[in-house]
Ligand binder design. Structure first.
Ligand SMILES: [Fe+2]
Length: 297
C-alpha cells in the first residue's frame, strides 16, 4: 500500500497522518476547536488519551470516563511550600480521578483499585520546582498497613520524593526520577510528593486504592516534605524536621515478580493478570516486594 496523507477526524481531534502501510505514522495532531497541538500518550497509558500542553488537559478515547476534573491552584497549596508567599504559575495541576475504561474497570474495582491521571504545569514556586502538596495514605483497618500507590509516567520528567514517615524524625528518604514508560511504587506508610523537574508539563497515571484516605496534615504542618527539591537540582533539608537523613537516589521501579514487563502500562498488565496490582490495595501481602524496593540502591 502506498503512502497516505490527510486529515483524519477522530472524536475531538484532527490527526494529520503520513506514512506507509496499514498503520500510518501519526506525527502531528491538533485540537479540533483550539487548533493547539495534541500529544498522543496512549502507548504509555494503555488506554486512548491525548494531551494538550497549552491547557494542561487530557482528552480520553471513546468509552473512557473520569470523575469531574479538579484543578489545584497555587493559593491552595501555599501552606505546604518552602516560601508560602512565592509567585509561580496559578494553575499547578489538573487531576482526573476514577478513570473508567472498557475492559479494565471491572478488574480494577474487583481488586479494590482505582486509576487516575494528573497533568502538572512546569516552572518554579519560589526556589522549589513545581510539585504536589504531598501526603501520607491511611492504613487499612483490617491489616494496619498503609495503602500503596503506583505511578507510571506518560510525559515529561518527574521526581517522586518518598520519606519513610510523616513524623518529625524521618528514618529514610528515597527519590526516584522517572520519564515516559517508567514506574514508581510508594511503599506502605511512606509520605510522598511528586515534583516536575523538567522544563515542560509532566503527565502521569496512578493506580490507587479508593479506600485510602489522603492525609495532608503531617506534611502541611512542617511546610512540606523533609527536603525541598530546589530548581537548581539540589535537595535542601526542611528545618521543620528534627531528623532528616541523606536522600537515597533509586532507579525507577520494575516488577518482574509480578509479571509486569518493563514499560508495560499497568492497565495492560491488569488485563493479562487481574492480581498483578494487588500490592497497591493489599500491600500487607507483599512484604518481599517492599523489602526489595526500599532496599534498592
Ligand atoms: Fe498518594
Amino acid at each position: 500500500m502506498g503512502a497516505r496523507r490527510g486529515i483524519w477526524r477522530r472524536g475531538r481531534f484532527r490527526v494529520w497522518m503520513t506514512g506507509r502501510g496499514q498503520e500510518p505514522l501519526i506525527h502531528r495532531a491538533f485540537h479540533e476547536k483550539t487548533g493547539t497541538p495534541m500529544i498522543d500518550l496512549s502507548k504509555y497509558a494503555g488506554i486512548g488519551v491525548q494531551f494538550e500542553a497549552e491547557t494542561l488537559t487530557l482528552s480520553f478515547g471513546s468509552g473512557v470516563t473520569t470523575a469531574p476534573v479538579t484543578v489545584r491552584s497555587l493559593d491552595e497549596v501555599r501552606p505546604m511550600l518552602r516560601d508560602p508567599e512565592c509567585s509561580g504559575p496559578e494553575h499547578l495541576y489538573t487531576i482526573y480521578m476514577d478513570v473508567k475504561a472498557p475492559g479494565v474497570t471491572e478488574a480494577l474495582g474487583g481488586r479494590g483499585l482505582g486509576y487516575g491521571a494528573v497533568v502538572y504545569n512546569h516552572g518554579v514556586l519560589g526556589r522549589e520546582f513545581l510539585r504536589s502538596q504531598g501526603h501520607v495514605h491511611s492504613v487499612a483497618p483490617e491489616t494496619g498497613v498503609g495503602y500503596s500507590e503506583l505511578y507510571e509516567f506518560w510525559h515529561g520528567r518527574g521526581l517522586v520524593y518518598m520519606q519513610s514517615s510523616g513524623e518529625d524524625e524521618v528514618e529514610d528518604v528515597i527519590v526516584v526520577e522517572a520519564g515516559p514508560g517508567e514506574k514508581v511504587a510508594i511503599p506502605p506508610g511512606w509520605a510522598h510528593a511528586t515534583v516536575n523537574i523538567g522544563d515542560e508539563p509532566m503527565v502521569f497515571g496512578a493506580v490507587y486504592a479508593p479506600a485510602a484516605e489522603l492525609l495532608y496534615e503531617p506534611l502541611r504542618r512542617r511546610g512540606g516534605t523533609a527536603h525541598h527539591v530546589l530548581a537548581d537540582g539540589t535537595l535542601e533539608v526542611n528545618p521543620a524536621y528534627r531528623r532528616v537523613p541523606e536522600a537515597r537516589r533509586q532507579s525507577p521501579h520494575t516488577f518482574p515478580e509480578l509479571g509486569i514487563a518493563p514499560g508495560q502500562p499497568a492497565l495492560v498488565a491488569l488485563g493479562r493478570d487481574e492480581s498483578c496490582l494487588d500490592f497497591v490495595s493489599r500491600p500487607d501481602a507483599f512484604p518481599g516486594l517492599w523489602e526489595r524496593l526500599t532496599r534498592g540502591s
